[in-house]
Design a protein around this ligand. Structure first.
Ligand code: DQA
Length: 139
């Protein structure tokens, strides 16, 4: 099984960015743990701060991978383009957030992705990614 984690803007700063909200682990350190936890999965990781690069990556992988785990970060709440990209592909997408966006500011309650996603996992810290991967493994 081939899965890709696509992370959006500012998630490259995990570990030092607002640690009270997002924790103090870097995504690179967490990703090595994920690779060990799911040895049966071919896991790929992509991060970009640029909306168009995220759209291009979704298009590129969206017809041949088994699943996309997408944390579009702030673009979740603003990007019709990323929402449309998710609607345009065949590969199922699970939307992920580290924080519980529904407990936070009102603008974070809107998602342009959720309506086109297979499911949404949010609020479990980095474990949200584990749960999304597990959902693909369990089918
Ligand atoms: C986030 C939540 C978003 O509202 C925020 O803009 C992020 C991270 C999360 O994983 O909790 O950058 O997607």
């Amino acid at each position: 099984m081939k899965l890709i984690i696509i992370n959006g803007p500012n998630l490259n700063l995990l570990g030092k960015r607002e640690p009270e909200v997002y924790g103090s682990t870097t995504f690179e350190a967490y990703f090595s743990k994920l690779e060990k936890r799911f040895p049966e999965v071919e896991l790929i990781y992509f991060q970009s701060n640029i909306e168009g690069e995220l759209i291009s990556k979704i298009q590129e992988v969206g017809f041949d991978m088994d699943g996309i785990i997408l944390n579009a970060a702030a673009y979740t709440h603003t990007s019709v383009g990323i929402g449309d990209a998710v609607k345009s592909i065949e590969t199922p997408v699970v939307e992920v957030h580290i924080s519980n966006t529904h407990k936070r500011e009102d603008f974070r309650h809107i998602s342009y992705i959720a309506g086109a996603a297979k499911g949404v996992v949010l609020g479990f810290g980095l474990q949200s990614y584990d749960l999304a991967i597990q959902s693909f493994v369990d089918g």
